[in-house]
Design a protein around this ligand. Structure first.
Ligand code: BT5
Length: 315
């Protein structure tokens, strides 16, 4: 956002400020102040003008400037009303050398899940892709997926949803005591890396936010279905702030464990070449699932996981 506009916004957020005072403190003309205020209004900021000056009374819109405003994380937001896939656009920005940008869309027409599966992305969802250039070796990159799952689950919990995490990348809501769930959000992380260094990461986060769950695939739920009305703009801000707070990856695995629905479950894992059944007992420091099978402990770093029932010791 333009610096003068941001400074005006900050000033009028705490109460009314007369136009001439804003002009003087920003070193611009009164006409320029009026123009900035009009542009803020067009961007969805509700600015009232009264005898005591201009005052910000609310933020109605869901768009780039509205989300950047009050966001306590150093991301810029590139908002699209409709786009094919935010991950595709984020990959373009990443290859152009950008970082700390979040591509956010109102709806996606070509949303992708893992292994080129379709990701249903109607209007009202939170479809976001964070472009990052972290200074970590590729082996630690999966931890950003874990950080995104923790951030999403925590932001959903703040909105009143009993969100938990299913290994590796799903945020879910339990429907029984047996490990059954409905899916609230999914994460798709893509990266470019050399042997010892990550060049860029795109962390794609899809949350069924303000969506009628009936319009989603079977087995899906939404924040609206779980918790009723909520502010989608504040939800995105909290999600991005929580994600940023875990930038150094300290404590991510501990936080993930606390939210995990998968640990303590009998699981079936579909691996690229194999199917494996066992008890999910832990995750490793790099996010691999530790499974106790009839043949001993196995560490699984990628695959699809199905919850069968709680383990004997988990009961
Ligand atoms: C995922 O894949 O869970 C990752 C989803 C990532 C989506 C985000 S949105 C922003 C960014 N831009 C993109 O294009 N993608 C990312 P996976 O674990 O493969 O799960 C996919 C499966 O979930 C599908 O095969 C469906 O069964 C189911 N599914 C599809 N849409 C869903 C939805 N909206 N909610 C819940 N489940 C869904």
């Amino acid at each position: 956002m333009n610096e003068t506009r941001r400074s005006i916004l900050e000033a009028i957020a705490d109460g009314p400020v007369p136009g001439p005072e804003l002009a003087e403190s920003n070193g611009v003309s009164r006409a320029a102040v009026w123009k900035h205020v009009e542009e803020l209004r067009e961007a969805g900021f509700e600015v009232e003008s009264g005898p005591r000056g201009y005052e910000l009374v609310g933020v109605a819109e869901y768009n780039g400037p509205a989300i950047e405003y009050g966001l306590e994380a150093p991301f810029s937001i590139e908002y699209h009303e409709s786009i094919g896939s935010t991950n595709d656009r984020a990959r373009e920005l990443a290859t152009d050398g950008e970082t700390d940008v979040v591509v956010l869309a109102g709806e996606q027409t070509g949303g992708r899940g893992r292994l080129e599966r379709e990701w249903s992305s109607p209007a009202g969802g939170v479809w976001a892709s964070v472009v990052y250039r972290p200074d970590v070796p590729p082996a630690r990159a999966p931890l950003f997926t874990f950080a995104a799952a923790v951030a999403t689950a925590n932001a959903a919990r703040e909105a009143g949803v009993d969100a938990r995490i299913k290994w590796p990348n799903d945020v879910v809501v339990p429907v029984d005591d047996e490990g059954g769930y409905e899916k609230l959000a999914g994460i798709l992380t893509e990266m470019e890396a050399e042997t010892d260094r990550v060049e860029w990461l795109v962390v794609g986060i899809g949350v069924n936010a303000d969506i009628d769950a009936e319009t989603l695939p079977a087995g899906a739920t939404s924040i609206r279905e779980q918790a009723g009305a909520f502010d989608r703009r504040v939800f995105v801000q909290r999600l991005l702030e929580q994600f940023h707070a875990q930038r150094d990856l300290e404590g991510v695995i501990d936080d993930w464990r606390d939210l995990a629905l998968t640990l303590g479950q009998r699981v079936r894992l579909e691996l690229p070449e194999d199917v494996l059944e066992g008890d999910a007992v832990d995750v490793t420091a790099t996010g691999a699932l530790v499974v106790e099978t009839a043949d001993g402990l196995e560490e699984i770093s990628a695959g699809d996981c199905e919850h069968l029932r709680p383990t004997e010791s988990g009961r």
